[in-house]
Design a protein around this ligand. Sequence first.
Ligand code: PMT
Length: 403
Amino acid sequence: MNGKTIVLGVSGGIAVYKAAALCSKLSQAGADVRVIMTESAARFVTPLTFQTLSRSEVAIDTFDEKEPSVVQHIDLADRADLVVIAPATANIIAKLANGLADDMLSTTLLATTAPIMVAPAMNVHMYAHPAVEHNMRTLASRGVLFIEPGTGQLACGYVGKGRLAEPEEIVRAVEQHFRESGRLAGKRVLVTAGATVERIDPVRYLTNDSSGKMGFAIAEAAVRMGAQVTLVVGRTSVPPPAGVELIRVESAQQMLDAVMSRLAAHDVIVKTAAVADYRPASQEEHKIKKSADELELKLVRNPDILQTIGQHKTHQLVVGFAAETRDLDAYAMDKLRRKRCDLLAANDVTQEGAGFGTDTNAVRLFDEHGLVEAMPLMTKREVASRLLTVIAERLEKGASPTR
Ligand code: PMT
């Protein structure tokens, strides 16, 4: 963290005492830490504690301008390489989500262009409140990074989720952020996400359970690492991340067209989307009326997008996914070879917490030589981070695509 300026925003909750340890650890790691406290934070722990640990003056009052040559909140906003809010109360999260700027911290947050990392801490019911969830989703879709609170005994007496992540965990997230940022600068990454939709008639279709979460996490991580990202998206149940070029499609054929017309312009292709292998042979113009007791639906094969990419790739590093219910490794290696992928991420979708719709996944990553990495159950964001780190390493080594 040497040479990096971290603005540490401390909002008012009992977890402020942990933020003091965080401040100390970030300073010890070499960062120039500038602390902004809200007035309520200063009622839990004195500013002097943070001043001593960061060896810099603590900012609290927007009107307390000590240095005439600068406007303090703009100066702090401009200096920051990263802003970390820990603990982040429901109030500061709401202010940031809604663009309110009525104190030093919220004003600086609106004025900065630096990445923002939020470590929430609050009562379990507050954390689960739809308004707080909505605000966090809004911020996440704008690229704000979250460090999830822990579960356990809360200061308010409840047991549940809402405890500020441990300072060591926040430091690790900060280190990872600086390690990753810029690693894919200059690279163009195309990610497909979500489920394809194959129309039967104007009101009915065939689809699957893909939520888009895995693909969105990959796109988000690629943006964070500095790549220019194109996201080709089918049907999803969560909002896409910010900072990408978003292409909406419906059917496998539309996804094929969208991907192939952009193939040459991209360096990395990640095919996370769950694509229908078959589509109805014909699409009825009008709603099918019920008549006989049985109705036969004739299906025909869809094009295999990943295989087509494998046949036409030139310099691109191509990553496929495999959703399996048995014999994961064998099917994964078979798909990798048949579809000429450079990497293939296989998930057993029958495993609890893995595959469709969940926030977590367990992935086994393969290349032409076999297993590269076995990722235990972790958040889809973490899987995305690990996957893109492997991709970045291979690009840095100038690995040539598998033929
Ligand atoms: O979206 P989430 O809810 O987060 O769920 C994530 C996920 C389970 C969808 C994801 O992790 C995953 O496994 N994606 C691949 C799903 C899939 O279609 O697997 P498959 O084994 O059927 O296909 C293998 C590969 O070929 C995939 O990269 C797929 O995109 C591609 N394919 C498949 C069929 C086809 N016609 N064209 C393709 O390109």
